[in-house]
Design a protein around this ligand. Structure first.
Ligand code: INI
Length: 154
């Protein structure tokens, strides 16, 4: 059996974009820090990392679609934090953001990772943004790096 698997090594030539929503920026700023940390630790070059900011998670798919249309990056890491409130708004925003990211990824056959927190409480979001449940931004960049490597091999 021939096993084909991506690894976590960058050679320094990879251009990567992070798309992040500013809504709940106390959380999303930490996700960006985690994603950048992963990129640099695995051999990425800071000048090759671009940060694209959008107002909220709902706008992430629009920016992603435009970026993939221009074909200027090897991969895109999507980061955001949707936190449940008292109304059904959470369900609409999280569903559209998730569906939009998945649709663009498949439409363009692109390396895209999903670092969107969807939590019931602010505490759950904090736990996933660099405290006791790790940093989902770091994890999302790890997944992107692995998929960019796999992309070259399959
Ligand atoms: N956007 C988020 O990124 N997270 C949220 O928790 C959130 N909530 O709960 O309202 C949110 N709303 C804004 C939305 O993404 C759009 O920016 C807005 O509707 C304008 O299009």
């Amino acid at each position: 059996m021939n096993k084909i698997e991506g690894d976590l090594r960058l050679d320094g030539s990879e251009r990567v974009a992070i798309i992040v929503s500013r809504f709940n920026h106390l959380i999303t700023d930490r996700l960006v820090e985690g994603a950048r940390d992963s990129f640099l630790r695995h051999g990425g070059i800071d000048e090759n990392l671009d940060l694209v900011l959008v107002p909220g998670a709902y706008e992430i798919p629009f920016a992603l679609n435009k970026i993939l249309d221009d074909d200027a990056y090897n991969g895109v890491c999507c980061l955001g934090a949707v936190i449940r409130g008292a109304t059904p708004h959470f369900d609409y925003v999280s569903a559209e953001a998730t569906k939009g990211i998945a649709t663009s990824t498949l439409k363009y056959n692109a390396c895209v990772s999903f670092g969107l927190l969807t939590t019931d409480t602010i505490e759950q979001a904090i736990e996933r943004a660099g405290t006791k449940a790790g940093n989902k931004g770091f994890e999302a960049m790890n997944s992107l790096i692995e998929m960019m490597s796999l992309y070259k091999k399959i």
